[in-house]
Design a protein around this ligand. Structure first.
Ligand code: PHE
Length: 414
């Protein structure tokens, strides 16, 4: 059964019927990789902080937030899928692990910060593969201006400065030509103000992309950096955009952004401001810049990983030998009337196998026409990043996975 309380970062919290935080996740909450000297995530944070050197930099806010703060304060609708217990980690119905750094927007704006960057660990239940991990790191950046002639003069001056920097740089930008009707400037905004702010957002982030990815672009007549702006939807910004960068032959999704919803600023007690925000995932960018092939490596304590990095330097990771992998399949009938969510399956595997699991794939699923029960088959790929895993050890882990599935979800192994 479930424990009556969870101890997190030195405090105890009562559990309830929706508690779904596993020991494997809890053990990683204190680690705060983005603050470890020489760690790639810390170096990348430093690079982005130096780019935004005149912003306030925050990196020590607790990951425990109320669902109200993570969702409601940011205008998420009541039925948003992110709220589901299958998608987010809950301590109890009133407390969860933040799913994004935007959860702190209201509190930081309320403190009176008007240009700030915030780095933090965030948590999402997800599938298991080389680029997904239930804990990752985001950076939120935001800037707000007085919504009056003085504020708009400040925006216009900053826009001129950034336009000048970009005009001389090896960068090609594809912009969104027209806004979709579902992604409009906000009705309460003066359209001229909203346009200046959106332009500041784009110029500022194009300039950041140049800092992060522009290293070789244009050098010796080489190809310029390509950045494209795509329309997006977030409950707490409008208009909203995603930024993609063309790097080593592929378009990479880098961040989400937009003009902050006025409701957020009203709640934060700064109703007379207007501004923008963005949020980016550090792992994705670090994997590209350092050529790190598997997201689990960020958590590795192996000297062969750790010793490769120097503080404040982006270098190319030299992979050490890949150890053999070991596939194990498990087929089962789910309990009558119960469907087992893939994220529930994955959390059992993570909790038992830790970082020895490389990926999990559903390879079969069907419903029995007579009994109406669902049959599922998953293939689990076990591989250690540090050593050779024996078949016995994998069998032993697999046996534990199987008994946990039986106990926790009442499945019947086939
Ligand atoms: N919080 C969003 C995410 O995690 C990103 C975002 C931040 C979008 C700020 C807009 C503004 O996907």
């Amino acid at each position: 059964g479930r424990p009556s309380y969870l101890e997190i970062l030195g405090d105890r919290y009562p559990t309830d019927s929706i508690t779904n935080l596993t020991p494997a996740i809890l053990a990683k909450v204190p680690l705060r990789l983005h603050t470890r000297p020489s760690h790639p995530l810390n170096t990348l944070r430093g690079l982005i902080e130096s780019h935004y050197s005149d912003f306030t930099h925050l990196s020590s806010l607790s990951p425990l937030v109320s669902p109200y703060k993570n969702f409601d304060e940011l205008s998420f609708p009541q039925d948003h899928p992110g709220r589901a217990v299958t998608d987010s980690y809950y301590v109890n119905k009133d407390l969860m692990l933040r799913t994004h750094t935007s959860a702190h927007e209201v509190e930081v704006f309320r403190r009176g910060e008007d240009k700030w960057l915030l780095t933090a660990d965030v948590y999402r239940r997800d599938e298991i593969d080389g680029s997904h991990y239930p804990i990752f790191h985001q950076m939120e950046g935001a800037r707000i201006f007085a919504a009056d002639a003085t504020g708009m003069r400040e925006v216009a001056e900053d826009n001129a400065r950034l336009r000048h920097r970009l005009a001389q740089a090896p960068i090609v930008i594809e912009d969104v030509p027209h806004l979709a009707p579902t992604n409009p400037p906000q009705a309460t905004h003066d359209p001229a103000y909203a346009a200046l702010v959106a332009e500041n957002l784009k110029l500022s982030l194009n300039s950041l992309m140049l800092t992060l990815f522009g290293g070789q672009a244009g050098v010796g007549g080489g190809a310029p950096l390509r950045v494209r702006w795509i329309e997006a939807y977030f409950p707490f910004t409008s208009p909203s955009f995603e930024v993609e960068v063309f790097f080593r032959g592929k378009w990479l999704e880098i961040l989400g952004s937009g003009v902050v919803r006025q409701a957020t600023l009203d709640t934060a007690n700064v109703p007379n401001k207007i501004g923008w925000a963005f949020g980016l995932g550090l792992e994705r960018i670090a994997m590209i810049l350092y050529s790190i092939p598997d997201i689990r490596l960020f958590w590795s304590t192996d000297e062969r990983f750790i010793s490769q990095f120097t503080d404040k330097e982006i270098t190319t990771f030299q992979p050490y030998s890949k150890y053999p992998s070991c596939f194990k399949d498990v087929s089962f009938w789910t309990a009558q009337g119960l469907d087992l969510h893939e994220n529930d399956f994955c959390d059992v595997v993570r909790d038992v196998a830790g970082d020895l699991v490389e990926d999990v794939k559903k390879i079969d699923s069907f419903v029995h026409p007579k009994t109406n029960r669902t049959s599922l088959c998953y293939r689990i790929n076990y591989r250690s990043m540090d050593r050779s895993l024996s078949n016995e050890e994998a069998n032993d882990i697999q046996a534990q996975v199987v008994s946990r599935l039986e106990e926790q979800f009442g499945v019947e192994i086939r």
